[in-house]
Design a protein around this ligand. Structure first.
Ligand code: HEC
Length: 461
């Protein structure tokens, strides 16, 4: 029996405690809201937005939702909250989730509204609207954009029109997986290679799920041709979380890509397995012989470093040429890192975060032989997408890192002094779940926002 039901009946029967029952009801709702903000918002977004108009996977009856929260849906990455909440608290939470909410469509897309940020004024210009989760974006030499939508479609955006590019291999669209990142070869004009990561279905996806894979292909009109699989992550799993996945080239032409630990945290420390790693290969998929574990028996030769949870941001520092990254930690443990050869980033042996249900993963935040982050985020921001500001359009932001926040629905501007973070600012607050950010060929900042599409920040004096 849920709380408000009980109170309504008490009210009918007694009639003499209306104020009291009403007060308790409000308290239960408030408590559920607080619990939501502390325990659920990181993954499900503020104002329970993802539950409004949700396409329910496990059903929207009270008991079904109750079950999801209490026992979790491990295969999809939904943790169990049995240890964190009493049944009454879960009841209140379910009521809170299922009640209608109209305060939910506050989205800022009005063009040309000047935003005065700390050291730069700009307006937000909508480039493409009507897309769901745009994971990756890049530009062809002719200025056409290539865009991946996680739900499995690759688009070319040209002359204000979205054209579907045919010829992708089958994509395993499941949980956080689907069609993922896209990058051009640094010498695209001569080679014509396009690199794409996606969740590749196992031979029997119903049983074994899938894992992140990397292909390269060429473009013939609006069709992918010459597809070559350069890497397929192993082992595959039915879990729906932590696919990575970002691609970046460095100055020497090495290709880096990330795969998360796929919901099995012990993977991150195992060198015989792809997951929880940053990989480095040559542009044709061959492995550089100076990779750190090239000669280590049983290790994956492509591993460049390890101990990562789920990296969804990767960008080359424009001056030092180093690869910088960020990763989703557990609650309170998101990180920015500089990627070093052969290093161990510590997950799950060390972390600044705790489990989503409030329990401890490890007491250790540091250990000999393990890297410390440049900075960690508590509360977690749920970072996605990363780039350095370059060019002359935003002189006061030059060299800053931009990072999308899925959780807080803004863009984070990170000011560095060498390798130290000295200041941060929130840009385009409340815009929506920011999935990717990239400097375009016009040296404008492009941002993809879930449920909107692609926006850009146009500087004004
Ligand atoms: C680690 C991230 C994470 C946290 C924290 C989390 N969830 Fe989930 N939850 C998921 C994922 C992923 C799914 C499956 C995909 C989806 O429904 O969005 C899910 C599914 C669910 C479902 C089932 C939805 C359906 O379609 O049937 C419910 C209900 C739910 N979560 C409630 C909660 C509540 C309440 C909390 C906080 C107490 C919470 N979740 C915390 C990740 C999380």
């Amino acid at each position: 029996m849920n709380g408000s039901y009980l109170f309504r009946h008490l009210f009918l029967f007694t009639g003499i405690f209306p104020l009291l029952s009403c007060f308790s009801d409000i308290k239960a709702v408030k408590k559920a809201e607080d619990n939501y903000n502390n325990y659920c918002m990181g993954c499900h977004g503020p104002a329970k937005e993802k539950f409004v108009n949700k396409e329910w996977i496990y059903g929207k009856e009270h008991e079904e939702v109750f079950y999801s929260v209490k026992y979790g849906r491990e295969e999809m990455g939904m943790p169990s909250f049995e240890a964190a909440f009493s049944d009454d608290e879960i009841d209140a939470m379910v009521n809170y989730l299922l009640e209608k909410n109209n305060d939910n469509d506050k989205i800022l897309t009005s063009d040309k509204m000047i935003i005065s940020s700390e050291v730069q004024n700009f307006y937000v210009d909508t480039v493409i609207s009507g897309l769901s989760v745009v994971w990756g974006m890049t530009w062809l030499p002719d200025g056409n954009m290539l865009i991946t939508e996680r739900s499995g479609t690759l688009y070319r955006f040209a002359n204000n029109e979205l054209i579907t590019i045919e010829g992708l291999p089958p994509v395993f669209v499941f949980g956080q997986g689907g069609l993922l990142d896209i990058e051009l070869h640094p010498n695209y004009e001569n080679t014509g290679w396009i690199y794409i990561t996606y969740s590749k279905p196992a031979i029997n996806p119903d049983k074994d799920g899938g894992n992140t894979a990397l292909i390269r292909a060429k473009l013939d009109g609006n069709k992918l041709t010459n597809i070559e699989e350069l890497y397929a992550g192993h082992p595959a799993t039915r879990r729906g979380q932590h696919f990575g996945s970002r691609i970046e080239f460095d100055r020497n032409g090495y290709l880096y890509f990330t795969i998360g630990e796929r919901g099995h945290k012990e993977n991150a420390q195992l060198l015989g397995n792809s997951n929880g790693k940053l990989h480095r290969i040559n542009d044709d998929g061959s492995v550089p012989i100076d990779n750190p574990f090239y000669n280590v028996e049983g290790a994956d030769k492509t591993i460049y470093n390890f101990g990562h949870r789920n990296q969804q941001g990767l960008a080359m520092h424009p001056e030092s040429g180093e690869i910088w990254s960020h990763e989703h930690g557990p609650r309170g443990g998101d990180e920015i890192n500089i990627e070093k050869r052969g290093a161990n980033y510590g997950w799950p042996e060390i972390t600044f975060g705790i489990n989503y249900n409030g329990t401890i993963i490890t007491e250790d935040t540091a250990k000999a032989g393990m890297e410390q982050p440049v900075i960690y985020y508590d509360p977690s921001i749920a970072p996605s997408g990363m780039d350095f500001v370059e060019g002359t359009n935003y002189p006061n932001w030059k060299g800053n890192i931009l990072i999308g926040s899925l959780r807080f629905r803004h863009l984070v501007r990170v000011v560095l002094n060498n390798d130290k973070v000295i200041h941060q600012e929130k840009l385009i607050e409340d815009i929506g779940r920011v999935r990717d950010v990239k400097m375009g060929p016009d040296n404008l900042i492009y941002v993809s926002v879930e449920g909107i599409g692609v926006l850009r920040l146009v500087p004004v004096d």
